[in-house]
Write a protein that binds this ligand. Sequence first.
Ligand code: PMP
Length: 380
Amino acid sequence: ETYLDNNATSPCFEEVISCVAETARVFYANPSSLHGAGQRSRAEVSRCRSELRDLVKASNYGIIFTSGATESNNLALRSVVTQRMSETGASEASVVTTPMEHPSVYETLAALQGVTVVMLSVDASGRIDIEELHEALKDERVAVVAVSMANSEIGTIQDVHAITAACRGAYVHCHLDMTQVFGRYQVSLNGIRADSVTLSAHKFHGPKGVGALFYTLARPPPTPCTTGGKQEQGLRGGTENVPGIAGMSLALQMCMGHVRSGATERLQKMLQEIKDGLADTLPGVTFRDSSTSTLYQTLSVVLPVRSALLVEELSNMDVYLGVGGCACSKGQYSRTLEAMGASKEEMARTIRISLGFLNDDRDVTRFLRCTRMALARLKK
Ligand code: PMP
């Protein structure tokens, strides 16, 4: 099997699978229970929280463990809009965002009563214009700026330092969805200085259904968007996913080990080989911008044939990659690609290859060999 769809989700590290099982066995008690077993579970959650905070240099942040990026984005956006409306007594607020966001941002904003969405434009490589952001921030109804640091479909990385600085200058909450960044780069949240940040474990070889929302300690904490118990400092009720939290922390630690030992360059080289191989095999193939400000393990390819056909052929040979709008939108249409100026026809010819730390050179060889076979079959 050759799995090249790591931006949709990534396979768990074996060590993480063992850690999740072991944590479920040892720390089975409810962290809210007062007895010794409960205290041990509570201590384990605390240990993971400290470890996670250290790993991403977030001493200025609180951490709410959630079920993943979708919940974290919901919590951050719903909370900041509610807080703004109750502060000002207004029934309306604006949110500045981009067409490159995940549905958990886009659909949440669409669902919020009284929210006007201000959509920034993006250039052909998916980058926003900081001047346009400054302009948008002049409107004092703006309650929050919500931007994903790295886009999942094409890997575009935004200049987050410029974005957070612009927000600070305007006293506007800055929410960054960094789901596609954690585990792939050394990160310092204290350095980036966003007000809230989203993380999801399954994108960095951790378990599914667990994630976090970081929130700055310099502002009031988020307002919960679900009602329940007093867990997570009273900000997110529900018995903690102790095994998931422990697995997430270990996965991030392991990823940072990979990054320190040169995995970034290794994956970059593999992606370049894939690019060269495809260019040799497929006359007319083109690649979307993969400059330095793009995720180093993501490649967006525009094929000379319909992508669904090739992806299906490859899937029959157990080679897996993403098409068009990829897993989140369950189809070929992509708001991201449309905003970058791509036609529907071009979207239908787009594939995404996204590598993870479990890929190696054999995957590259196998992918290129199977692609040649699939194309030969399609020609017939
Ligand atoms: N934001 C981004 C940028 C993503 O790529 C994804 C996952 N595709 C999500 C949010 C949602 O993550 P989760 O599946 O953990 O809810």
